[in-house]
Design a protein around this ligand. Structure first.
Ligand SMILES: NC(=O)c1ccc[n+]([C@@H]2O[C@H](COP(=O)([O-])OP(=O)(O)OC[C@H]3O[C@@H](n4cnc5c(N)ncnc54)[C@H](O)[C@@H]3O)[C@@H](O)[C@H]2O)c1
Ligand SMILES: O=P(O)(O)OC[C@@H](O)[C@@H](O)[C@H](O)[C@H](O)CO
Length: 416
């Protein structure tokens, strides 16, 4: 049997030093941030310690191959393979001690996150829900362990922000240099949302943490774009046949990739722009364009395509009824996206959604639908209503989900 992929496959170059920590190791991190990092001009300076959210399967698979994996870029006409070496350690998210230690290391300059939108547990208005028992329990736990820096038995907060704050408290205690936190989830104004939520929670933990946070942490806003479906069984066999490499943790993604970032990196960052990332002073409109047009359409296809018997985005988009619903939603959204070329993006999206070789399952997109509809489609309906128009397409999309409008956003009922 062929040996597993390893650093030897990369020509035995030394692993880059660990200066980035990631939480939420899954398909997307490997197809996006880890890929940009491996392609950056200074890739040899930036290694990633990547933690899963909780389970250890992917961490164990990657550890067995020294973090190295194959990225399969699946275009409409064929596959392109690339071996990625930026992840230097892969760990289970359940190892809070290792996470706290990794974030608190003074050499760590960046913490990236891809933990799903729902995992931030933000209330509809944006801030953290302090009445949420899991958040209340995390605050109590961080208060109790605020003195703990690095221990093998660090307790595990239940929430992502709780885990992050525990690690930041450890960093504060050793007076480590300022850290950049880079949320890469499909949340509107993700940097601002995470910054405000952390600040609110820190205020509940201690005055010391609250006062340190604004200078100890810079939260960067991002818009992330690359359609990366869950990896299906059989991919390892296809990779072996195509590359001759045995890989138990390949990832499949589309050729398109975009990463827009806005904010400061006080302790430095990889030259991600050399790999195509864009650094901007104003991100809101780009972020909204992507969330409403791409993610909004995905959510719409999930709620309308599944009852019509479709299982993937490409199948649903090929159905004239679903496609018409998407185009109508795009028409409504585009009216509120001046200055960011919504028509060009729509055209490109239609091609991306049509890629028949990307098996993006509607069932995966349908997870946590309430949070997604709130962020991606409800704002369009509200804007259309306020402009005196019926919001037919956006309201139809929300209604098709079966979730009461009042649960999605009570303001939707006020505008009826
Ligand atoms: N896949 C894409 O095409 C894509 C594109 C843009 C953005 N994103 C963002 O990345 C996120 C992850 O996508 P993925 O494809 O990597 O999914 P994935 O299922 O492969 O990985 C998700 C990761 O998040 C962790 N996680 C999930 N819920 C959590 C929770 N409640 N607390 C802590 N950790 C949790 C999981 O353990 C896992 O490590 C998406 O939810 C989205 O916000 C994905
Ligand atoms: O779980 P979601 O809805 O945030 O993500 C499902 C897809 O819409 C999303 O992953 C897109 O593929 C991605 O945002 C493309 O950049």
């Amino acid at each position: 049997m062929k040996p597993l992929l390893s650093r030897t496959t990369l020509g035995d170059r030394p692993a880059p030093p660990e200066r980035i920590v990631h939480l939420g190791l899954g398909a997307f991190h490997r197809a996006h941030q880890a890929w940009y990092t491996t392609r950056a001009a200074d890739a040899d300076q930036w290694g990633i310690a990547a933690f899963t959210g909780r389970s250890r399967t992917l961490a164990d698979r990657l550890t067995a191959q020294q973090g190295v994996y194959t990225l399969v870029e699946r275009g409409p006409d064929g596959d392109r393979h690339e071996t990625i070496g930026s992840i230097v350690r892969a760990l289970p998210g359940s190892d809070t001690g290792a996470f706290v230690e990794a974030v608190a290391r003074p050499e760590t300059a960046i913490l990236t996150l891809t933990v799903t939108e729902a995992a931030y547990r933000l209330a509809p208005g944006g801030g953290p829900d302090l009445t949420d028992p899991a958040i209340a329990a995390d605050i109590a736990l961080i208060k109790t362990f605020a003195g703990v820096r690095v221990q093998s038995t660090v307790p595990t907060p239940a929430t992502v922000l709780g885990r992050t704050l525990l690690a930041l408290e450890a960093r504060r205690r050793i007076a480590a240099p300022a850290l950049a936190i880079v949320p890469c989830d499909n949340l509107a104004a993700n940097g601002e949302a995470v910054r405000n939520a952390l600040q609110t929670l820190a205020g509940q933990v201690s005055p010391a943490l609250r006062d340190w946070l604004p200078t100890g942490v810079s939260v960067v806003s991002t818009s992330v774009d690359r359609i990366t479906p869950r990896v299906t069984a059989g991919e390892s066999t296809r990779v072996l046949a195509a590359t001759g490499h045995r890989d138990e943790a390949p990832v499949v993604t589309e050729p398109f990739a975009d990463w827009v970032l806005c904010g400061d990196f006080p302790s430095g960052r990889p030259a991600w722009e050399s790999a195509g990332a864009r650094f901007v002073d104003e991100i809101g409109a780009w972020e909204t364009r992507k969330l409403w047009l791409l993610n909004g359409a995905h959510s719409l296809l999930a709620v309308t395509g599944r009852p019509r018997g479709h299982t993937t985005v490409a199948q649903a988009f090929a159905d004239p009824a679903c496609r018409a619903a998407v185009e109508a939603l795009w028409d409504e959204a585009a009216r509120h996206l001046p200055g960011v070329q919504p028509d060009d993006y729509r055209k490109a999206l239609a091609e991306r959604f049509t890629n028949p070789r990307i098996e993006h399952h509607l069932a995966q997109i349908a997870e946590d639908m309430l949070t997604k509809l709130r962020l991606r489609i409800a704002p369009v309906a509200l804007l259309e209503r306020r402009a005196g128009r019926p919001a037919t397409a956006s309201l139809a999309a929300l209604t098709a989900s079966g979730i009461p409008l009042s649960d999605i956003d009570p303001r939707l009922e006020e505008t009826q």
